[in-house]
Ligand binder design. Structure first.
Ligand code: APR
Length: 168
């Protein structure tokens, strides 16, 4: 399984699944959530309404509609509250549950944004390490997923994910 970083806009990626850093309502928001809903069109929100929310660390899947990606996998990452509320484990759950959902929907390529490191204020260096550790530990269980792309929206974020790929 190949893991690489990419600097860019996840809504432009023509891969099997892109991951949305959602909130527990799954009814849209700002950041990458807002960008994905804008690019996918109104059908995405209609589909999300049928999902009746999603717990933090869990993941649910919809079609990508007007996005180039076939699927959107929605996961609410944890809000950083200082680190003693199980945030690190919940972030790992988000990555793992998205990969498991992608694998059982025959996705060969999956793209992740930097979950929880924007509005949810999860420290970027910690988040990047957790993301890479979780993805690497999934590798031995992957049956379909062949490539994971870690999409950074800015160069500082990309540097942290590149460093995590080198050191983890
Ligand atoms: N493509 C890739 N990455 C993006 C894009 C995009 N188009 N837009 C934003 N990002 C990046 C941000 O720069 C940040 O690095 O996604 C990362 C996650 O930031 P947020 O979108 O703020 O997500 P998060 O921190 O998980 O907070 C989720 O914010 O938008 C609301 O509804 C969402 O309540 C939820 C919360």
């Amino acid at each position: 399984m190949k893991i690489r970083t990419l600097l860019g806009d996840i809504t432009k990626l023509e891969c099997d699944a892109i991951v949305n850093a959602a909130n527990t309502s799954l009814l849209g928001g700002g950041g990458v959530d807002g960008a994905i809903h804008k690019a996918a069109g109104p059908e995405l929100l209609e589909a999300c309404k049928e999902l009746h929310g999603c717990d933090t660390g869990q993941a649910k899947i919809t079609w990508g509609y007007q996005l180039p990606a076939k699927y959107v996998i929605h996961t609410p990452g944890p809000i950083w509250r200082g680190g003693d509320q199980g945030e690190e484990a919940l972030l790992a759950d988000s990555y793992r549950n998205c990969l498991e959902l992608a694998d059982c929907h025959d996705c060969q390529t999956v793209a992740f944004p930097s979950i929880s490191t924007g509005v949810y204020r999860f420290p970027l260096e910690k988040a990047a390490k957790i993301a890479v550790e979780t993805i690497k530990s999934f590798e031995s269980r992957a049956s379909v997923v062949q490539e994971v792309i870690l999409v950074a929206f800015d160069s500082r974020t990309k540097e942290y994910y590149d460093r995590a790929l080198e050191t983890v």
